[in-house]
Design a protein around this ligand. Structure first.
Ligand code: TYM
Length: 331
């Protein structure tokens, strides 16, 4: 039997994950996992590009990984682990840093957004962040990377670096493809629906966290910002309404047209309450299972240690080839 293709993805454990992380990324990992050999990690090395409380970072790292398992990631197909447990990620990232250009890193929208907010005290790690992400992907000879739309540019840079190094040294890396879902790739902030829902930037009311109670979720959707109109339709001019329809669509699998048709003659309030209920129903079993995985830390640690060992073996093969190709003396 031919070897399965490889799929890789991760989430930053900067806070408890959001509905955007779930619908834009994790839900698709579950959907695609049977066809691939998968590596999913919690990217704690990336998380420290902004200041983290050490205790919360640890808790959020485990919360993310327990969420992957709770969402249905199956250890038959997937290896799950903590990024910092596999030292090859940081090692290859250093090499890739030396093959990235200041110009191309400076063009990354995420860096430009963050640096315009933070100014001169922005950590250097935020600038070189995409080289670490490229390392995460290229180490595993990855073919597919399921992510939300905001990561597309980082994926393009990863491809460019892979092609650049392959041209210089021969075939070191597979050139990966992004998988960006048709629906749910860009869940917007409930309070400012022109911006994406974000763990780090959204306000408490703007983001739905996977750890939110049913009451909190209901409150957030009831207060979601819409517009001064009354008719429920799917258009860019109605960003708030469009977002609620997208959220329903990503969960139920119905098309935007079907959802709009079902709200003929109804009010914005109906759409808000229904969306809240659909999200609550979707998250309830996920939340219960996440707590189950978190309540057995010993078992979680065992899974993560096995995962890190398996990932390291795979990653080391690529790193060795890279070191040899660039002329490092073998150990
Ligand atoms: P992060 O932690 O910001 O987001 C994790 C995943 O969730 C997606 N996402 C969204 N999708 C839809 N709507 C939203 N509002 C939304 N917000 C986030 C992201 O696109 C992402 O897929 N750099 C990455 C993490 C990373 C990674 C990797 C991903 C590090 N190394 C290697 C893939 C492969 C990040 O910060 O994602």
């Amino acid at each position: 039997m031919a070897a399965k293709k490889i799929m890789v993805s991760g989430v930053q454990p900067t806070h408890k994950l959001t509905l955007g992380n779930y619908l834009g990324a994790i839900k698709n990992w579950v959907k695609l996992q049977n066809e691939y050999e998968c590596y999913f990690f919690s990217v704690d090395l990336h998380a420290i590009t902004s200041r983290q409380d050490p205790k919360e970072l640890g808790e959020n790292t485990l919360f993310a990984l327990a969420t992957y398992l709770a969402a249905g990631i199956d250890l038959e197909h997937a290896t799950i682990f903590v990024q910092s447990h596999v030292r090859q990620h940081a090692e290859l990232a250093w090499v890739l840093n030396c093959f990235c250009y200041m110009g191309e890193l400076g063009r990354m929208t995420q860096f430009k957004d963050k640096s315009s907010r933070v100014g001169e005290t922005i950590p250097v790690g935020l600038f070189t962040y995409p080289a670490l992400m490229a390392s995460d992907i290229l180490l595993y000879q990855t073919e597919l990377v399921p992510v939300g739309a905001d990561q597309k540019q980082h994926l393009e840079l990863t491809r460019d670096i892979a092609i650049r190094m392959n041209n210089l040294y021969g075939p070191l890396f597979k050139v990966p493809e992004p998988y960006i879902p048709k629906v749910g790739a860009r869940i917007m902030d409930l309070q400012s629906p022109e911006n994406k829902m974000s763990k780090s930037v959204s306000t408490e009311m703007g983001a739905v966290f996977l750890s939110d109670s049913a009451k909190e979720i209901e409150k957030k959707f009831k207060r979601a910002v819409t517009d001064s109109g009354t008719e429920i339709s799917y258009s860019d001019e109605k960003a708030g309404i469009k977002n609620l329809i997208d959220i329903q669509s990503a969960i139920t699998g119905k098309t935007a047209e079907e959802i709009v048709a079902s709200y003929q003659g109804k009010l914005y309030g109906h759409l808000k309450v229904d969306t809240a209920n659909i999200v609550i129903q979707e998250l309830k079993p996920l939340q219960e299972r996440t707590q189950q995985f978190l309540s057995d830390k010993g078992e979680l640690q065992r899974i993560l240690r096995l995962g890190a060992d398996k990932a390291a073996a795979k990653a080391e093969a690529t790193l060795k080839n890279v070191y040899r190709a660039i002329g490092f003396v073998p150990y």
